[in-house]
Design a protein around this ligand. Sequence first.
Ligand SMILES: [Zn+2]
Length: 283
Amino acid sequence: MPEGDSVYKAAAKLRAALDGQILTRTDFRVPAFATLDLSGHTVTSAVPRGKHLLIRVAEGTDGTTADAADTPAPANASDPGSGLTIHSHLKMEGVWQIYSAGERWRKPSYLARGVLSTATKTAVGFELGLLEVVPTASEESIVGHLGPDLLGPDWDAELALANLLSDPARPVALALLDQRNLAGLGNVFANELSFLRGVRPHTPIGEIADPKRLVALAFKAIMVNKDRPIRNLTGLPRGKPRYWVHGRRGEACLRCGTRIESDQLGTGPTDTRYMWWCPSCQK
Ligand SMILES: [Zn+2]
């Protein structure tokens, strides 16, 4: 399941393939942007913000638009005032894949939501939960509500802690999942961090001992995993479980052998999550 570490890796992959390149073809397979054509635009960056991915493009950096002597200089590619942002959210199954020109796609074409081609590479966003194009200047309307980003330059552990504790009755897993508190954690991290801190996902966040350590652990866990090709919270070698509890209902706890339990947690259809825990290791 894509979480902040997945989005971080996706952004790095997109930057490596597209940064500084001119788009030769774009295809947005969502009704609102089906007729939009960004060919001729230059990709200026791909930035992860929590679980949101922002691909920024700018016009007029390839010299083709500045044809008259009295035409103002092309806007700086990094100037957010003139650019557009291709905003995507991976949600449950989304992924961006990079292909060389002419290479066969590894996923069926009907799952593609966004296609961005340069002379040599094509980036295809499959099964994106959300795809839209907005002025870069209004990115704040998309990501402005996010709390400090665990993998971003704005990371602020103290602010994240204060946000988490602002609603002390909230179950710890739901507090960690709330992107307004801190950005980047999804269900896997919420479950695994609860296990690693020895608390059940349902425990009110205000009742856990030393919540500062929870925030420090969240940072450490996602930092380590941002550079791993496959997320692994146990540190066990390939073939062994990579999660302590997530998705392991009925299996033996790797620490004590007790059967892992699971349940739903949440208050409504949009806030319901599956939680897993060891009834012995987590109190
Ligand atoms: Zn256990």
